[in-house]
Design a protein around this ligand. Sequence first.
Ligand code: FAD
Length: 389
Amino acid sequence: RTAVLLFTRDLRVHDNPALAAACEAGRVVPLYVDDPARATNGNQRAFLLDALDDLRESLRGLGGDLVVRSGDTAEQVADVWKATGADLVVCASDAGKFAAGLLERLGADAELQVTPGPAVVEPGRLLPSGGGDHYKVFTPYWRAWSQVRWRATAPEPDRLDVPDLPDSHDLAPAEPTAEELPRGGERAGLARLDEWAPDSADYAEHHDDLAGDRTSRLSPYLALGCLSARELAADPRLPEAMVRQLCWRDFHLQVLNAFPDLPDQPYKPGARTDWEADLTALEAWRTATTGIDIVDAGMRQLHAEGWMHNRARLITAGYLVKTLGLDWRDGEAHFAAHLVDYDEANNAGNWQWTAGTGNDTRPNRGFNHERQAGRFDPDGAYRRRWSRG
Ligand code: FAD
């Protein structure tokens, strides 16, 4: 058989269930489609182009190659399918409207094999004992998630059997807005993991220390699947507190899977919708000119690195929705436009959590930026690092 292997956000050759399944089927046509309908931004695109170069090199090392097309994904798959006489499409699962619509269209035109996607534990596999199609509260989800044995990894092939491959398209270059972006790709991701893992023992203690910058910075690699979340969750070098964050990632993914409107609509029925419409305040927040140094520092880090420390994300988001009373969707959109690790489920899920419209069991918890700054940047080193000028 010949399988079109459609890479999506699984841009790696290690522990890649779609790649393993396609190789098992027989001949493989590795394909990536640069689809303008898939939400991303200039910073993530720069990272993506690195990741595609890296993936192509790896596939060539296995005797294969990567066909890269641009346009509507289902149409490009159909074109490549016809050109190669393929009889199967293999693609990883994913949550959200784009992914669901794509898998439905692919399945209508061809025999489709859907393999496990970006989660450690597939959305829908764990269901709350009280009923419902997903977990709404994190702690019981974490309890159930921790019991799952996910250790099996997909074998990396020794060689690919590829037919004559059709031509690739030239991709438009990225137009990043950040100057200090990490390098994308599986090799860079594995190198970052190996650099960080031996140093991660005090993560639980220091992950909230803004200036310490002690978190893994693996998020861009996880967002595009340059690293396997399953492998990370089973990596004995990594502390449990970090694995718990991977569970948060799964949690939001299973929420998005059950509620695809998460980026646009309040998750919680009856949640606040009467946000202030203060464009001047919104613009000051966006441009890091609120005059609140801890908030402006976070926004400057976002603009410079395309990435922001989690605690700074919580502070800048809390300030926008709780202090200014502005619509979380405006904040979500600004982050989506800049984050190199932009992830539909994580971004929307965390914004809704912060706004009290999502899965926080204490939606009315208070927020005080001065207290946050005093606690998580006690000597002001983070604020100085990201001060204006
Ligand atoms: P680490 O602390 O090293 O954590 C390891 C991994 O766990 C991360 O790479 C990430 O994949 C996952 N993770 C960590 N924290 C969370 C969390 N709170 N929710 C879900 N997964 C988590 N993360 C994104 O990947 N993309 C986004 O678009 C995104 N938007 C966010 C928006 C807001 C308002 C907030 C508060 C958080 C957002 N996060 C997002 C979650 C979190 O801030 C980042 O994942 C984290 O800062 C990435 O840095 P790291 O890799 O060093 O994290």
